[in-house]
Design a protein around this ligand. Structure first.
Ligand code: ATP
Length: 278
């Protein structure tokens, strides 16, 4: 079976900085890979490489067996969230429809009716029908984010690239999005590369984690990667990984994506988690 993604000896330099190098990673169809790392570690840049927007500095990259190209309809993309201009002249359903025909003229294969049904179904999946006729610029950040998720899935992608898709969503909506993406990859074999600051919301569904820190990285299952020894090596400082009620918390690295701190009052230790508070 052709891997959804194949990086070999991959390196990316930006200016004088090497974001990552010697990265070998194969992602199988249907696999769910979470990409973690502090700000500036190169997570978004990795997605840009897979989208064909940025060439590698060294090594090779293949997406579904081919050189990545811009605008490939089999790749769905949820960009990192930026508020839409309040004057954007689009309704919610128009934004979702761009996921079907944004890259070509006309209603595409199957005609207008099929297109309308597909958009309707995608809107229903993210619970966005109620506001699908409103101008997108008038919607809240979370509502816009749900439309972006619908847009990325409406074209039935074989690879889904998601950049912080849970931002601005409340816990119930986060769960809905994670379940939706999980169902998609199980039922349609869509491979998922999911950039996130929060491992815990996706922990139940993640197959592997790619953890990037300052040019260093680890790849493996959450149990393999999320250990005190590994993260201490990546952050070059003493870091403790704690498991509490099925959640993974990282103590000691200020910039770690999922972190908590030990807060002492009156000599009593209290574990105060900031995970999930973003
Ligand atoms: N066009 C560019 N030219 C030079 N450097 C760039 C360019 N775009 C991004 N960078 C740098 O590349 C590094 C990685 O950026 P990237 O956006 O991939 O990080 P990230 O891990 O996604 O961070 P965040 O969690 O903040 O979104 C950053 O230090 C950034 O300043």
């Amino acid at each position: 079976m052709t891997p959804a993604v194949e990086l070999s000896g991959a390196e990316l330099r930006r200016g004088a900085r090497t974001l990552w190098s010697e990265l070998d990673l194969q992602i199988a169809p249907g696999e769910f890979v979470a990409v973690l790392g502090p700000n500036g570690s190169g997570k978004t840049t990795l997605l840009q490489v897979l989208l064909g927007l940025l060439p590698l500095s060294a090594g090779t990259v293949r997406v579904q067996g081919e050189q990545p190209r811009r605008g490939t309809s089999t790749v769905g993309y949820i960009p990192q969230q930026r508020a839409l201009d309040p004057l954007t002249p689009l309704r919610g359903r128009d934004l979702v429809g761009l996921g079907l025909d944004g890259h070509r003229w006309g209603p595409g294969l199957g005609g207008r009716r099929r297109r309308r049904d597909q958009v309707h179904e995608a809107l229903a999946q993210v619970d966005a029908l109620d506001y699908s006729d409103a101008p997108v610029g008038s919607l809240s950040g979370g509502e816009q984010q749900r439309l972006r998720v619908a847009q990325s899935l409406v074209g039935d992608p074989q690879l889904l690239l998601a950049d912080e898709p849970l931002l601005s969503l409340d816990l119930a909506r986060q769960r809905t999005v994670v379940e939706l993406v999980d169902r998609r990859r199980r039922e349609h074999g869509t491979a998922v590369v999911f950039v996130t600051h929060e491992l815990n919301p996706v922990l139940p569904v993640v197959d592997r984690v790619l953890y990037l820190v300052d040019g260093r990285f680890r790849v493996g299952t959450p149990d393999e990667v999320m250990t005190s020894a590994n993260l201490s090596e990546l952050y070059r400082t003493e870091v403790e990984v704690v498991r509490v009620r099925g959640r993974i918390l990282v103590v000691g690295a200020e910039e770690a994506p999922v972190h908590c701190e030990v807060h002492r009052e009156d000599g009593a230790g209290e574990l105060r988690s900031t995970a999930g508070a973003r």
